[in-house]
Design a protein around this ligand. Structure first.
Ligand SMILES: [Zn+2]
Length: 96
């Protein structure tokens, strides 16, 4: 939805608006209401916000608060193994 890269739906994060204003991740796809599909990626969220894709996808007109979603995505990226500083340490270990 943000970057428009085609991806299997199972690889996308479903996002719903709670009470019509707060965007939250719906990892199990079980929250009620319309869902917007996004790559679980902060860049994709940025693009979606810039395009005002959320109001369009969710059929909402009011301002949407993406702070909870942004925080969740940040935590996911920090937890991914093989990215960030942890991976650099491992590569150094492999060389010796
Ligand atoms: Zn994307």
């Amino acid at each position: 939805m943000g970057c428009r890269v085609r991806t299997e739906k199972s690889d996308l994060l479903r996002v719903v608006a709670v009470e019509g204003e707060a965007l939250v991740p719906d990892r199990r796809g079980r929250l009620p209401g319309r869902g917007a599909y996004l790559h679980p990626d902060l860049r994709c969220l940025d693009l979606a916000e810039r395009r005002r894709a959320f109001p369009r996808a969710l059929r909402l007109t009011g301002p949407l608060d993406a702070s909870a979603l942004r925080q969740w995505l940040g935590e996911q990226e920090a937890a991914v193994p093989g990215s960030g500083t942890a991976a650099t340490g491992q590569e150094e270990g492999d060389i010796t």
